[in-house]
Design a protein around this ligand. Structure first.
Ligand SMILES: [Zn+2]
Length: 249
């Protein structure tokens, strides 16, 4: 099924043209990702629902571009149910269980916990259509920032999550940013190869006695614009954490 994709109205450096949110119309109108509370976004949802209430919002993770719109949504639809993965209860939210089912429109989605980019990241899986709503696990055109543990990330967890998504064999993936991904398994495998390549490059630096993070970034990302080095630094930090967890440093 081609979902109704509604732009959250928050274009920017990190969000591209603005976050995608996905509306499932039907018996229980449900939105995947909350956006940021932009009025045009809320109006677009309301116009699709034509007077009916939005029943539920499911968020892929708690980053502000995906979750901060909840209060605005709730102001418009006061009985809105909001759900996300939580390790401890948070006011205003209900939880999601890995492997559990959740109603969306006229269908059921399965929750797939995919930590790595964020500890609370989940994907939503529609098994009959083999549609994957993948949040910030992947995009069609860029790599994903996986921060070190201090920023809520884990490269080791991210790689395991990529593999978990490959094992689902999705037919199409609908990301939080940018266009749909028509060959998601190929894309996920490409991501795994890319990360393995970076890992061997960073490991080679370390083995050559280069242990300062900024110097590793300068070597491994020599061909990357300097404006992206701060993000690259986080990536290298996350990689060093993984190598250390693997007992390789
Ligand atoms: Zn995110």
């Amino acid at each position: 099924m081609t979902p109704i994709s509604l732009n959250a109205g928050n274009p920017g450096t990190w969000t591209g043209p603005g976050n995608n949110t996905y509306l499932f119309d039907g018996a229980e109108p449900t939105l995947i990702d909350a956006g940021v509370g932009n009025t045009d976004h809320l109006d677009a949802i309301a116009s699709r629902l034509n007077g009916r209430a939005l029943v539920r919002v499911l968020v892929t993770h708690g980053h502000p571009d995906h979750a901060s719109g909840l209060p605005a949504l709730r102001q418009r639809w006061p009985s809105l149910e909001a759900r996300k993965w939580m390790s401890a209860p948070e006011p205003g939210w209900q939880g999601l269980d890995d492997g559990g089912g959740v109603r969306a429109g006229d269908t059921w989605l399965t929750v797939v916990h995919t930590p790595g980019h964020a500890v609370d990241h989940v994907c939503f899986w529609e098994p009959e259509a083999r549609d994957l709503y993948c949040g910030d696990m992947m995009t069609a055109t860029t790599t994903i920032l996986v921060p070190p543990a201090a920023g809520g990330g884990s490269l080791k967890a991210y790689l395991a999550s990529l593999q978990r998504l490959i094992d689902l064999r999705p037919a199409i993936a609908w990301p939080g940013h940018g266009p749909e991904i028509s060959r998601p398994v190929d894309r996920l495998q490409e991501y795994l190869r890319h990360r393995a390549e970076r890992e061997s490059q960073v490991k080679a630096c370390f083995d050559a006695g280069l242990t300062d993070i900024d110097r590793i970034v300068a070597r491994v990302y020599a061909e990357t614009p300097r404006s992206l080095w701060p993000a690259a630094r986080l990536t290298v930090e996350a990689l060093l954490e993984k190598l250390s967890e693997d007992g390789q440093l």
